[in-house]
Design a protein around this ligand. Sequence first.
Ligand code: ASP
Length: 653
Amino acid sequence: MFSCWLPGLNRGLATPTGRIAQLVGRSLSRSLQLSSRRSVPELSSFVARTNTCGELRSSHLGQEVTLCGWIQYRRQNIFLVLRDFQGLVQVLIPRDESAASVKKILCDAPMESVVQVSGTVVSRPPGQENPKMPTGDIEIKVKTAELLNPCKKLPFEIKDFMKKTEALRLQYRYLDLRSFQMQYNLRLRSQMVMKMREYLCNLHGFVDVETPTLFKRTPGGAKEFVIPSREPGKFYSLPQSPQQFKQLLMVGGLDRYFQVARCYRDEGSRPDRQPEFTQIDIEMSFVDQPGIRSLIEGLLQYSWPSDKGPVGVPFPSMTFAEALASYGTDKPDTRFGMKIVDISDVFRNTEVGFLQDALSKPQGTVKAIRIPEGAKYLKRKDIESIRKFAADHFDQEVLPVFLKANRNWNSPVAKLVMEEQGLGLIRRMENQEEDVVLLTAGEHKRACSLLGKLRLECADLLEARGVLLRDPALFSFLWVVDFPLFLPKEEKPGELESAHHPFTAPHPSDTHLLHTEPEKVRSQHYDLVLNGSEVGGGSIRIHDAQLQRYILETLLKEDVKLLSHLLQALDYGAPPHGGIALGLDRLICLVTGAPSIRDVIAFPKSFRGQDLMSDAPDFIPPEDLKPYHIQVSWPTDAETEKNSLNPPHHPES
Ligand code: ASP
């Protein structure tokens, strides 16, 4: 409770300031001077306080101060603890008769009331110092106090807020924001963004350009939100990202663009996604992949909070094919091993039915992961749920194999595997006695994807039982490169869709395949992964209108009319260009170690896309819809019932 609120965020705040009257008079010229002289922010300029609660130390002894804050705690009408964004300070409630009115104000005010107190900074009596509190050597001997605004009875206690349900926190978000954790997260976010601006604009000449949020439909990609217009039947769309605009800015000669950009995607309920989110959006002319990578490595290094340890550059990189083969995903968590191993050759002559079956097919493989000390930590019911997951979601068999035959839980198949191919398996998987091997067989991508999921699942299980696999203080960045340009469409596997977006340039050495085997073309797309989460993605773009038209029209079967402005622009001397966008919410979430991206956004939407504080989205009366030529077609009772029978799972219910 008494820990410093913002360690490292607002360093060097010990410079005491003068009294309030002098301060207000001097504040403007002073802060102008300060801004040019020092990088430490002036936290009490322009306002009714002389100091923040959290900044006071023994070096302030004897000073007359004015503080403003919330009453966090009061003990026996002897003292109270006052809180502001910077921390906590103990305030002595005066006992003498002459100060009865001050005492009354401070003793009567309910918790979380906001008060202003003036008094002297004094030492705490010997033995009463609180070493856990950064201001624990001093206290304030109050002379005057004013109740600025009383607080009604709260729906919860601020310090316990994180323990409440998320729905309650979102409903009273303005109170949740008073909590230490939310203050820390939002302030760290602000500081990182400021450093990013500094790096991009001041050190590298980027131009911060705002692009429209009322835009038109873009083909492909995520589902967009629509906004009615007064023209009958015409709608704006909210952009899923400023992709087209940033490319058009390159055609316009802006050369280096960046924006802290708000993006919108109507993707329904997905954990850790928000319908509106923020990207650090970047585009550059005359750049190649290594150029973008170095820029981002420098940007993260520069903006990284100093108390989170140094960021080592360059970041390692891995091809998409390698990521899939070794980690079963395009966003590998490289903080720990347990990689997927292809052991097809060990089982070439196997007698085991399902392995034989798989290997007899042209794309058949046998793959495995080794769970270190799995025999010690995994329970029989864990293995059962792993096998059920594989059957339900991947239609795959998983065979757990223990080195000690007696641990194979009466599985004749596992015993047969150990008898027949035991040595080969042990050698290939580098098995130790307490390890478990999870083995599956089937087509490469399917087997890898399944084992990739099981790898993470087992890591969670081991960690829940006290094994430290992923150091929480470690930030493991990785570039994933050489993605395919196209993927088969999920719903229509005969058709292609862009793996990134349709403006991504093909890999120069694969361009010839575009007309013959487009599914084999690799792209100039790169993703940035941090601890197993995708935190950024971008590409070198197509700047040749003809190639762009061919990809959109012929390969992706998109309506090119929707993009005629872009195609036209490419024809007017568009420079070669490329860019990237970093997902700011996810990045900050990983840096702060917050449990959800909602914890790093001031006013997030709930899992169902609602603002639980204001109750948005809300109904609009029919007469307000008239100018937009819109009528609501209300769902029937049967439809409503069907939807309520399948409520999406969400954490706040
Ligand atoms: N606009 C892309 C996205 O939102 C990023 C990029 O290609 O720069 O994923």
